[in-house]
Each structure stands twice: as C-alpha cells, then as structure tokens.
Design a protein around this ligand. Structure first.
Ligand code: ADP
Length: 311
C-alpha cells in the first residue's frame, strides 16, 4: 500500500506551471528518489507535501487519509534552504524544535545525546550555529530532521553541500533509518546515490512526472541488448571479423592487445543471452561476458534529452 500518494497535483506560479498533474506513490518502508533536472518542480512538490505551499488542485494522501495539518508531526523534513536560527546554540535549538514536534524535553535530550555521540560532535552542543562551518550546520540540520523519529522522512537534496565522506555518512544513515522502518523520500539531481539506496524513483521533467517505478524494473525495461565481452586472443591467427560473424549479434567495438580481445556486441532481435553465450564459449577461451544494463544516470539523461528534443 502507498504510504504517501499525490494525486494530480497542479501548481502554478504567476507565469509558470511548476507542476502539471503529478501523481506519485511512495510505498511504506521504502526509499523513493524524486529525480529531475534543476527547475523541474521537485522542491515545489516536496513543499506541497509538507504543507508549506498549497496546490492549486490535486490531493496528498498520507497513511490512507487526505493529509491534515497534524500529520506534519509524523514527518521529518530537511529543506533545501537549510533554515536554522543562526544565533541560537546548537543543542538548545535542537531540543526546542524536537519539543515543537511532540517530544518531551527529557526525551529530546536523550535523543540528541544519541545523535551527537553517533556523529562524534558532542563538542558543538554549546556553540552558536553561526560558529559552525556549512557542512557542520548541515549535519545539525540532518539530526534535527530525524531526532523526533518521524515515520516519514523527506530530504530535499540531502547530499548537496557535503564532501564525499560526509555524503557517505548521510547515505548510510538514510539506509539505517529505512532498516528501522521509516519511509523515506528524497530529491536529487545527482544520480550517484540513486542505485545504491533507492527502491523506487519518480522522474520529473519540466513539471511533469515522466517515469516512475522500481529501480531494477526501470533498468530492465531500458535494456538495449548490448554486451561487453573479453576473451583470450585465439592462437589460430584468424581475423576477428570472420570469427565474430554470427546470426545472433553484430560486432560494435573491437580492441585487441597481445593477450586479449575486448569487444562489445549488439544482439539481433529475438536472440537470448544463452545462445550468444554458448556460441562465444564454443569459439573462444572466454574470460567475461556481461550484459550492459543502463544505469539510472544513463536513463535520466536519455529520457530527459528525448523529451526535450520532442518539445
Ligand atoms: P527543482 O526543485 O526541481 O529544482 P523547483 O520546484 O524549485 O525545481 O522549481 C520549479 C520551477 O518553479 C522553477 O522554474 C522555479 O523557478 C519556479 N518556482 C519555484 N518557486 C517559485 C516561486 N515561489 N515563485 C515563482 N516561481 C517559482
């Protein structure tokens, strides 16, 4: 069952339609990646889900009912513009914000101690936010987002501004929160994290949802029948064109050195992997045979470029 659903969301700014009939489904206990180029409409959708902004039409369904104001307590939201109080001390502000989200002061203290210890940042507790670097402030904001243990977490561009080490730390924490049962949605225009952590994705391009589904299924459905092969160079001295002629595939690229042949193939329609593999293994001392399945980065670029050239 969907834990969060948007149904036909439309949002207009004065002279721009930012969202056009966007319907997404986020399943319980999963990580959903909201992808799209800059300006596609991701933050607008996230702000509508968080009730910071109001849709012109359409509905947000949360845990089986139309979203209400008090549902916001069950949501942790990391905004793209990280808005904390600059002059307030880190711990004081985290405890204050957790109390606003329903935690007792005592529980807030306990939770904060847990996270500060985990991130090894206990020394920051009495510093004012403005005394911390940008990366440190982002860590604090991340803790504030998750510390009231909401069932649903929304991170708007969670990795932007972090160095690779801290981005990995945040990625690991997101995976850990999923293990503990949270449902998570995050937006990104950076594909590096997507395969590793998302179960499902939605791709928004120019205000419209253009692709949605499970990451593995989307990758499968974009297969193009391409293969990478490496074999030991035959000793017979035959030329590669003759040896690689086949009813099953066409040769695409070929590289050789004294020991190996590396080549890519494109399969002919109606052939399967077994036919290609058995033919190659009869002809060659085969080292590797791998079908190239497009990654989300390739699919993102391909889909967006195709749509934009058809506009
Ligand atoms: P993304 O998060 O995918 O980068 P946004 O949702 O921030 O995209 O923006 C989508 C589009 O809506 C952009 O063209 C942006 O300029 C426009 N937009 C966003 N917020 C406002 C606003 N408050 N007023 C007018 N236009 C806006």
């Amino acid at each position: 069952m969907s834990f969060l659903e948007t149904q036909n969301i439309v949002k207009n700014y004065s002279n721009h339609r930012a969202l056009e009939n966007v319907s997404i489904q986020v399943n319980e206990g999963k990580i959903y990646g909201l992808l799209g180029p800059n300006g596609a409409g991701k933050s607008t959708l996230i702000r509508i889900i968080n009730r910071i902004s109001v849709a012109d039409s359409g509905k947000v369904i949360f845990d089986g009912h139309e979203m209400r104001d008090d549902d916001v307590r069950n949501i942790g939201y990391l905004p793209e513009e990280r808005g904390l109080y600059k002059k307030m001390k880190v711990a004081e502000q985290a405890i204050y914000l957790a109390q606003l989200r329903g935690l007792s002061k005592q529980d807030a203290r306990k939770r904060l101690a847990y996270w500060f210890d985990k991130f090894d940042i206990c020394a920051w507790a009495d510093k004012k936010l403005e005394e911390l670097s940008k990366g440190m402030q982002q860590k604090v904001q991340f803790i504030i987002t998750v510390m009231h243990q909401p069932r649903f977490l929304i991170f708007d561009e969670p990795f932007s501004g972090f160095d690779p080490v801290n981005a990995q730390l945040i990625r690991n924490e997101i995976m850990e929160l999923k293990k503990q049962g949270s449902t998570i949605m995050f937006s990104t225009h950076n594909m590096a994290s997507v395969e590793e952590i998302c179960d499902e994705i939605g791709l928004i391009n120019q205000s419209k949802l253009v692709l949605q589904g499970k990451v593995d299924e989307i990758r499968e459905s974009h297969r193009q029948g391409l293969y990478q092969v490496k074999v030991r160079r035959p000793i017979s001295g035959e030329n590669h064109q003759a040896l690689l002629a086949s009813q099953f595939y066409q040769l695409e690229n070929f590289h050789e050195n004294d020991l190996y042949w590396n080549f890519s193939l494109k399969k002919n329609a109606d052939c399967d992997n077994v036919s290609i593999f058995s033919e190659l293994s009869q002809k060659f001392d085969l080292i590797s045979f791998e079908e190239s399945i497009p990654n989300m980065n390739d699919i993102f670029i391909q889909t967006v470029q195709k749509l934009n050239t058809h506009e």
